[in-house]
Ligand binder design. Sequence first.
Ligand code: SAH
Ligand code: SF4
Length: 347
Amino acid sequence: MRALTESTDAAVLAAVQELGGQPFQGRQVLQWIWKHGVGDFAAMTNVPARLRTALAERFTLRGTKVQKVDDADCGTKKLLLALPDGESVECVLIPDGDRTTLCVSTQVGCPVACVFCASGMFGVRRNLTAGEIVEQVLVARGELPPGRAITNLVVMGMGEPMLNLDALLPALQRIHDPNGIGMGARRITVSTSGYPRQMERFAAADPSYNLAVSLHAADDTLRRQLVPTAVAPVRDIIAAAHRYFGQKGREVTYEVVLLEGRNDRPEDAEALVETIGALPSTVNLIPWNPVEEIAAAKGLRRPRPERVDAFADFLRNGGLKVTVRRQRGADRSAACGQLRLRTLGAN
Ligand code: SAH
Ligand code: SF4
């Protein structure tokens, strides 16, 4: 059975009409799905019972089911969703003062295979559908205590968003749409490991979302050691990011996951200063969050704080704007599981 979250508004309205409902009842059904986020047809109290039953015979409301909710330190909540084909995917809610950020996934696994990342360890199993991406928001919203809302969305969970734009763009549209979930585009950030052609397509999307580029290193040889499947040279990735700024007027954030002795040396900082150049951007330094199996197998280490500070100072002296992501309780408890959460600019 098809989930209504996979259907266009027009298809939902048409289905309601076919089942004998009025157009206004179709609109009420849409509101129950998106505004109220109900997980059950029975909760659509102003929709006649006969229509609800007829809908339930034809459709499911959602395709995913909550499999597990893990409460971690600092109020962080990790949600594991079961997908209809037996796969599962995570999203994570991170409260931080007045903000509540949700980190969502776009693929089951990831084909990019960055050496330091848990999501890429076993390759990619499949793309998520648009409905499965949006449902992470619906489900997570339902987990919040009364009075709290998701204020920021980061597409930084499992998967490479640019390799699933066909699902991601309609999903973001739905999340942004005032008749959908209604989240401002400025509060939505998509992170990519750098696919210039797809970044162009993302730039053509309306509205304008924020873009983060996981650069990690400015030198191509070093970058290819960290992101082994990277085919685009760094200069093409930076050029695409600069074009994004030109088109959207939005600063791009560069993310650099720091690994001791690998990409945190003075020459690595120098290369970044030279390559990123003068266009407005922010570099977000992320000291590596160790993944046990990877640390043991590949000898990777999180840099000591003084090395991170020295790296940040070097970039700042070179004229770059820098933020450093400090470790939080949520990281220590490995709340993110396979997901690597990065709330941008959270120092
Ligand atoms: N695939 C996209 C988005 C998901 S990863 C991308 O790579 O940008 C989101 C961010 O988490 C990326 O910047 C990634 O480099 C970072 N990341 C992945 N594993 C990490 C780890 N173990 N510690 C710290 N950051 C990590
Ligand atoms: Fe994929 Fe991003 Fe992990 Fe790299 S860091 S393997 S691109 S999820």
